[in-house]
Design a protein around this ligand. Structure first.
Ligand SMILES: [Zn+2]
Length: 377
């Protein structure tokens, strides 16, 4: 089968790979679509994939084989053909964190979310098939398009952040950074009860997209300039609702500057949620992060949100199935073949703005490669 592997900084190759070998506790998933996300871009730039199968983790696919079922073929019959997406496993119940009673912070779940899956192969979703731990797949409900389903992973990240924020009825929300996660946070914050939502992003096309997806306003800031760049947002917030600033700010960029902007835009007693991460070397030069006094003087709560839990995936898929969470406007409706991964990544590095999220489709939807059809299992 074909798959894209990372060879080094800004170097990928489409290669022939061994078929993933079925193991107990694993399933083989045939990939239908896989989004290119920020983490993939980061791996491409550095030449380093944090964990096996992490290069291409925003995938949707179909189960083609189930391991460890012994003489119970009815289990295979039940699961083969199911449409699935990558999810988080349930809390393990065994790790120190679980045993101490903090199952919502299970170390195994966190490790899986950042790419560790002992049953995964060395390739991710930029390949025809992958092997994954059977505990970390989620069934895609009827009514969700298989391309849309590839957005379930970033949507789960956004859902986790919204759940962590405790955003509620009538809240005024600011979302800094209107990339995929930011746009999904805008939508989900609305579903959680926020009445006014403002997106902040330097890119006009993303501002437009944020408004199309239900934000009330969108403002530009370079996210590296001084506070004057956010003045339009400050003015808007002063005229809106209680006029005290945002109840909740989501920082979906993750630099010292974006976090500081969040603290400036939130009202006294409000909450800033760190969602996005930009690697240190990209923003260290700004040197203008927040200070303890800035938090204390206005009694601001800082929260962090990492990855997602299995219930976030369930929520997102439910909302997508009911057409309440719209993901189609976020991605390019024309999927690309595996051979395009390198060029797309290079294009995203050189000019990262102004294009929709690209989806990779290893084969036309609904077809199974000959290799797989002839495999006896
Ligand atoms: Zn655990």
């Amino acid at each position: 089968m074909k798959g894209v592997v990372l060879k080094g900084p800004r170097s990928v190759e489409l290669v022939d790979l061994e078929e993933p070998e079925l193991r107990d506790g694993s399933v083989i998933v045939e990939i239908d679509a896989c989004g290119i996300g920020g983490t993939d871009l980061e791996s491409f730039v550095t030449g380093h994939v944090p964990a096996p199968a992490w290069f291409g983790h925003e995938w949707s696919g179909r189960v083609v084989d189930v391991g460890g079922i012994g003489d119970r073929p009815e289990i295979r019959d039940r699961f083969v053909g199911e449409r699935v997406v990558g999810s988080a496993p349930p809390a393990c119940g065994q790790c120190r964190t679980c045993r101490a009673g903090f199952a919502d912070q299970c170390s195994v779940v966190i490790e899986t979310i950042v790419g560790a899956d002992p049953l995964a192969d060395r390739v991710g979703g930029f390949s025809e098939r992958i092997r994954v731990d059977a505990r970390r797949i989620a069934r895609v409900p009827e009514g969700i398009d298989q391309l849309d389903a590839a957005l379930a992973e970033p949507a789960s990240v956004a859902a986790h952040a919204v759940a962590r924020s405790n955003v509620g009825l009538g809240d005024l929300v600011v979302v800094i950074g209107a990339g995929t996660i930011g746009l999904l946070v805008c939508e989900l914050a609305r579903l959680a009860g926020a009445t006014r939502i403002v997106a902040i992003d330097p890119e006009p096309t993303r501002q437009e997209l944020a408004c199309d997806l239900g934000s009330d306003a969108a403002f530009s800031t370079s996210l590296t300039d001084g506070p004057e760049a956010t003045q339009a947002a400050v003015d808007w917030l002063a005229r809106t609702g209680h006029g005290l600033g945002a109840d909740v700010v989501f920082d979906c960029v993750g630099t010292g500057h974006s976090m500081k902007t969040g603290v400036e835009l939130v009202r006294r007693g409000g909450t800033v949620v760190a969602v996005g991460v930009t690697p240190d070397e990209r923003h260290e030069a700004t040197g203008d992060g927040i200070t303890p006094a800035m938090l204390i003087n206005r009694q601001i709560t800082l929260k962090a949100s990492q990855g997602y839990l299995v219930n976030d995936v369930r929520r997102v898929l439910g909302l997508m199935a009911e057409d309440r969470l719209r993901v189609a406007p976020i991605y390019d409706p024309e999927p690309f073949p595996l051979a395009a991964v390198g060029d797309l990544l290079e294009e995203l590095v050189v000019s990262p703005v102004g294009r929709l999220k690209p989806l990779i489709q290893p084969r036309p939807l609904g077809t199974t490669s000959p290799t797989r059809q002839h495999r006896s299992s």
